[in-house]
Design a binder for this molecule. Structure first.
Ligand SMILES: Cc1cc2nc3c(=O)[nH]c(=O)nc-3n(C[C@H](O)[C@H](O)[C@H](O)COP(=O)(O)OP(=O)(O)OC[C@H]3O[C@@H](n4cnc5c(N)ncnc54)[C@H](O)[C@@H]3O)c2cc1C
Length: 265
C-alpha cells in the first residue's frame, strides 16, 4: 500500500520528538517522518490545558543515553539546573535516604522548542494544531491516523507504514484501538496519580535542607499529605522550586476516612 509517510508519530511531546529524531537518525534521514500535535507551534509538547505538568527531573544517565545514541546533547536553557540526586524523607522527616546520582532539572517550556529545532534540522515534518481522534485501519492493520485540523476545522487523515502513538497517558488512539493486540488500552485508575504542581520563586530564609535543598530533589513519603504517592520539592535554582503532590485516588479515600477529612482531587 502506498502511504503518505513512512512513519507518523502522533504527539509531539518529549517521547514523540525523541522517537521521531531516533527514526531519522538511524535511517540516515531516508525515512519520511511526520509528527502531529494538537498544539500550535509555540506550545508544542504542552501536556495538558493547564501546562507542562511535570516534576521536571531527569537522570543524567538517561540524557547521556540519548546523546550517545542519537547524538543530541541538551544544554542551557532546556537544562535549567543540575542536581546530585534524590533525598527521600520519612513522614516525621527524621529519616532521610539519599539516592545519589547526577541529574538535571529540565525547563519544560524551553525543551519542546529545542526538540522542535533538532527535529526540523533532522528533516522531520511537523504539523501543528491537529487533534487526533482515532486510527485508520486496512485489513486489521493500523495504516494511519485521523482527526481534525484545528486551524481549518477540516477533517484530517494521513497514512503511514508505521504509526507511533506518543499522545501521552490518556491516549485516545490507544483507548480506541480496535484490533487484536496485547496493548493495554485503558490504564488502570490505580496506576494513575492525580497531581498538582507549581513552579515558584521565593526569597531565601533560614536554611533548612528538609524543606529545600538546591542540590537534591526532595521527596516526602507522607501518607497523610500524599496518600499513595509523594510530595516533591525539586530545586530549579537557588531560589526557584518545582513543588507538587501526586495522590492515588483510592488511598485518598482511605486517608479521608482515617483523618475524618473531605479532601478531593
Ligand atoms: C505531575 C507530574 C510529575 C512528573 N514528574 C516527572 C519527573 O520529575 N521526571 C520524569 O521523568 N517524569 C515525570 N513525569 C512524567 C513525565 O511528565 C511523562 O512521562 C512525560 O511527559 C511523558 O511524555 P510523553 O511525550 O509520552 O507524553 P506527553 O508529555 O503527555 O506528550 C503528549 C503530546 O501529545 C499531544 N497530544 C495528546 N493528545 C493528542 C491528540 N488527541 N491529538 C494530537 N496531539 C495530542 C500533546 O499535545 C502532547 O504534546 C511527571 C508527570 C506528571 C503528571
Amino acid at each position: 500500500m502506498k502511504t503518505d509517510y513512512d512513519i507518523i508519530v502522533a504527539g509531539g511531546g518529549l517521547a514523540g520528538m525523541i522517537a521521531a529524531q531516533s527514526a531519522s537518525y538511524y535511517s540516515k534521514q531516508r525515512l519520511s517522518i511526520l509528527v502531529l500535535d494538537r498544539n500550535p507551534e509555540p506550545t508544542i509538547g504542552k501536556k495538558t490545558i493547564n501546562g507542562w505538568v511535570c516534576g521536571d527531573a531527569v537522570g543524567k544517565n538517561t540524557v547521556d543515553y540519548m546523546t550517545e545514541r542519537i547524538k543530541i546533547a541538551w544544554g542551557n536553557p532546556e537544562i535549567e539546573h543540575p542536581v546530585k540526586g534524590v533525598m527521600a524523607f520519612s513522614p516525621d522527616r527524621e529519616t532521610s535516604i539519599p539516592f545519589d546520582g547526577d541529574g538535571y532539572m529540565l525547563n519544560r517550556q524551553q525543551l519542546p522548542q529545542r526538540q522542535l529545532r533538532d527535529a526540523k534540522k533532522a528533516g522531520v515534518n511537523i504539523q501543528y494544531s491537529v487533534a487526533l481522534r482515532g486510527l485508520l485501519y486496512d485489513n486489521g492493520t493500523v495504516v494511519g491516523v485521523e482527526g481534525t485540523n484545528l486551524v481549518t476545522n477540516e477533517p484530517f487523515k494521513k497514512t503511514a507504514k508505521i504509526v507511533v502513538d506518543a499522545t501521552g497517558v490518556t491516549s485516545m488512539l490507544r483507548n480506541g484501538l480496535s484490533i487484536n493486540a496485547k496493548i493495554e488500552r485503558k490504564i488502570d485508575r490505580d496506576d494513575l496519580e492525580s497531581t498538582g504542581r507549581h513552579i515558584m520563586k521565593f526569597e531565601s530564609g533560614i536554611e533548612d535542607k528538609k524543606e529545600f535543598d538546591p542540590d537534591y530533589c526532595i521527596i516526602h513519603l507522607d501518607q497523610d499529605i500524599a496518600p499513595g504517592g509523594y510530595g516533591w520539592v525539586f530545586p530549579k535554582g537557588k531560589n526557584k522550586v518545582n513543588i507538587g503532590l501526586g495522590v492515588q485516588q483510592k488511598e485518598l479515600i482511605k486517608r479521608n476516612q482515617r483523618l475524618g477529612a473531605r479532601v478531593t482531587m
